[in-house]
Ligand binder design. Structure first.
Ligand code: AMP
Length: 286
């Protein structure tokens, strides 16, 4: 495994692999790697000749009062995890290499970037789309792996790749969870023991809602879930919305496949989670 810190060097190496006929997989991350990231890496190692894991805490996707400075950066441990999981290249560029002081170009995915998390984190998805576009160009990836945990991010990256004619294919990956259901996240390390216990309720409530959605309308399912979410001690809900699976648009009575997506503060930690909801074809007996 090689650790590459320079964007030009990474691109040169990737171009050489491309020329040699290798298929390249990219796993973009901000580090503090956990089993969720490892599940993405495993898919790439299985599918691709070459796996590149990028580790970059991207300043352009953090707001001024967010956790950019305190975001965990256990780089030695991350490298060990990558090595153990058969990664070929860890790409760890410096901030001023990716975004030099005269940097000017940004990617925006209109509408999708402004709803859900975007309504609470202005410019967040502009930062995400921009860095992902750069990583696609630097890595020359045939495939890039994104977790469904960040569902809105996945949809935005899919749309950006389609609109801008990237040759990189986006591979969605299912959410890795703790045994108690809590979605794995680098930010879980901010939670106290008690807060972690409270956080476990989020996935349980979402699971119950998905079950209810099979035969009830989404307004009543959403209301029940919201009531339960509000009762989690120490919680503050940014949003809890059921949206269309394909394009995050509002659901209606014809919606067959939706996503219930939530962002909730537990104490000082903002957690996101979601569940896919599929309407049952069976009629419900009264
Ligand atoms: P991050 O390091 O948080 O920016 O995440 C990097 C990638 O890992 C993103 O595509 C995330 O969606 C994905 N990811 C993070 N947590 C999980 C998880 N629990 N399950 C699956 N994928 C995840």
């Amino acid at each position: 495994m090689k650790v590459i810190k320079n964007t030009l060097q990474m691109q040169k190496i990737a171009l050489k692999h491309l020329k040699d006929g290798d298929e390249i997989g990219l796993v973009p991350t901000m580090g503090a790697l956990h089993e969720g990231h490892i599940s993405l890496i495993a898919k790439s190692v299985k599918n691709d000749d070459i796996t590149i894991v990028s580790i970059f805490v991207n300043p352009t996707q953090f707001g001024p009062n967010e956790d950019y400075l305190k975001y965990p950066r256990p780089s030695e441990k991350d490298k060990e995890i990558c090595k153990k999981n058969h990664v070929d290249y860890v790409f760890m560029p410096l901030v001023n290499d990716v975004f030099p002081s005269d940097y000017k170009t940004f990617v925006e995915v209109k509408t999708l970037q402004d709803i859900l998390c975007g309504a609470f984190r202005p410019n967040h998805f502009r930062g995400v789309a921009t860095v992902v576009a750069k990583l696609f160009n630097i890595s020359c990836a045939d495939r890039a792996y994104f977790g469904m945990k960040d569902f809105q991010q996945l949809k935005i990256v899919e749309k950006m790749a389609k609109d801008l004619n990237f040759r990189t294919k986006i591979v969605p990956c299912s959410i890795a969870r703790e045994r108690n259901g809590l979605a794995l996240s680098s930010r879980n390390s901010y939670l106290s023991v008690d807060e972690k216990k409270m956080s476990m309720n989020i996935s349980r409530i979402l699971r119950e809602a998905a079950k209810d959605f099979r035969c009830r309308n989404f307004n009543s399912v959403k209301k029940d879930a919201l009531d339960k979410l509000k009762k989690i001690p120490g919680s503050k809900i940014d949003y809890a919305e059921i949206v269309n699976f394909d394009d995050l648009s509002p659901t209606d009575k014809n919606t067959k496949k939706a996503v219930f997506t939530v962002a909730i503060w537990i104490g000082k930690t903002r957690l996101i989670d979601n569940v896919v909801m599929i309407k049952s074809r069976r009629r419900v007996r009264k």
